[in-house]
Design a protein around this ligand. Structure first.
Ligand SMILES: Cc1cc2nc3c(=O)[nH]c(=O)nc-3n(C[C@H](O)[C@H](O)[C@H](O)COP(=O)(O)OP(=O)(O)OC[C@H]3O[C@@H](n4cnc5c(N)ncnc54)[C@H](O)[C@@H]3O)c2cc1C
Length: 419
């Protein structure tokens, strides 16, 4: 087993809001079900809800407890704009696959909105426009071309020149791409809501339980746990976040570090439509508002995973993020009320790995989410849910382990070399 990671530290803003409690019990004897989900963050919660909705019996376990992994650290901008701009992704994996990934991501955000409405989950959901603003990696000319590329893939996007950007959103930058239909939400309320739906449908939750080994044979996978009892199921889904179990290929996947802050509540100072803002810069900066008017701002990513070094940088990075925020939004009080930092998994292409492990059709895994983790968790619950029900999602190959296609393989190998 890999070591347990120190996934985050500091105090995320979500600790100020109460999420419903999710009941779980210790595992004291061997148990059986149709599916075992390992991990009870947003990915495991989406999976457990989707699988119980299909009438399957589900057990979920977590070595820490429900919602105690990386999910509390998310800033929860649920966006369809994936980390790699469409034109850049096209250069990496070819235009048809890149357009397919972008369109699926767009559909996933719509799908999540519909899912939350259908299940009646109260998670302070609000639809938000987003602005991808010019910075030191993409200037106005490139953003204009990127907006055009998105439109020709059937994804609505409008290029705003500097003046329109200032007039409509109060942002003083050289230009931006305006998109619609992204989601601001409280990630812990959403995760709890999904887990509680699964519980209503008789899912069983056991914590703290650490899955230590998998033995698959035919239609039954036997999962060993650290304290002894075994779990026997037809399928296993590894939704274990950035902590990968043995046997999960970490192709092109690497862990980096990121930082975030949230200000005091200041609803009157929030910019028009509380649009998500993402700066095309390196290091990048992004921001959103909470439902009650705090501003969450993050970025400053560093390419290392050392947790002590990451935690020690929290004060310095918070000052830096607050300064950048003040520059972009001079009307705000940018003094941080909350500051936090976390590990973050990325892949060379920004696309996650989702699907059955090579050679193990009944063991599925989800990893490598980047800045769109929640959107990718939604896609994972769709793709894996369909596979376990015996079907095949039409986009499954795009996210699969051992992806096909020469350009994708080259991108993955390049990722492995730099990873
Ligand atoms: C600062 C920050 C900002 C972010 N911002 C965004 C954003 O704006 N939008 C977005 O979409 N995404 C964002 N992300 C990414 C997003 O937060 C993650 O993709 C998401 O939370 C991952 O959820 P998860 O359920 O996969 O992992 P986790 O929440 O970590 O859950 C995995 C669980 O598995 C358990 N586990 C691991 N191994 C085992 C084992 N062997 N046995 C039993 N249990 C095990 C762990 O204890 C853990 O609880 C951000 C991340 C960070 C750190």
């Amino acid at each position: 087993m890999p070591r347990k990671l120190d996934l985050r530290s500091g105090r995320p803003v979500w600790s100020a809001y109460r999420a419903p409690a999710v009941r779980s019990e210790p595992l004291t004897r061997d148990v059986k079900a149709d599916v075992l989900v390992v991990g009870m963050g947003i990915s495991g919660a989406m999976m457990a809800e989707a699988l119980t909705a299909r009438g399957l019996s589900v057990i979920a376990v977590d070595r820490r407890g429900p919602m105690l992994g990386s999910t509390p650290a998310t800033t929860a901008l649920v966006q369809f704009e994936i980390d790699e701009p469409l034109r850049d992704l096209s250069d990496m994996i070819g235009k048809p696959a890149a357009e397919q990934a972008w369109r699926r991501s767009r559909l996933a955000v719509d799908g999540l909105r519909a899912r939350i409405a259908e299940l009646g989950i109260e998670c302070r959901l609000a639809e938000r426009p987003s602005l991808y603003v010019a910075g030191n990696t993409k200037g106005p000319g490139e953003l204009r071309k990127e907006a055009e590329a998105r439109r020709s893939a059937g994804i609505h996007a409008t290029y705003l020149p500097a003046q329109a950007l200032k007039e409509q959103f109060g942002v003083a930058r050289d230009g931006a791409i305006l998109s619609h239909g992204n989601l601001a939400l409280d990630p812990l309320k959403l995760t709890a809501g999904l887990l509680l739906k699964a519980l209503e449908r008789k899912a069983r939750f056991y914590t703290p339980v650490e899955a230590t080994a998998l033995e698959g044979s035919g239609d039954a996978v036997v999962v060993a746990t650290r304290d002894g009892p075994t779990i026997t199921t037809r399928h296993v889904v590894l939704a274990s976040g950035y902590e990968l179990m043995d046997g999960v290929p970490a192709t092109g996947h690497k862990i980096i570090s990121t930082w975030a802050l949230a200000t005091k509540r200041q609803p009157r100072a929030i910019w028009p439509q509380a649009a998500f803002i993402w700066e095309a810069s390196d290091p990048y900066l992004y921001m959103r508002a909470t439902a009650d008017g705090s501003v969450i701002c993050g970025g400053e990513d560093e390419d290392f995973s050392d947790e002590d070094k990451r935690n020690a940088l929290l004060p310095e990075k918070s000052v830096r993020i607050a300064e950048k925020l003040a520059k972009l939004m001079p009307q705000l009080d940018t003094t941080p009320d909350f500051t936090w930092t976390g590990s973050f998994g990325t892949t060379a292409t920004g696309l996650p790995y989702i699907g059955a492990l090579p050679g193990k059709t009944n063991v599925h895994a989800v990893l490598g989410y980047g800045g769109n983790g929640i959107t990718f968790s939604q896609i994972a619950s769709e793709v894996v849910g369909t596979a376990i029900a015996g079907g095949e999602d039409s986009d499954a190959a795009l996210f699969a382990f051992g992806r096909t296609g020469m350009r994708r393989r080259i991108a993955d190998v390049a990722g492995r070399l730099i990873g």
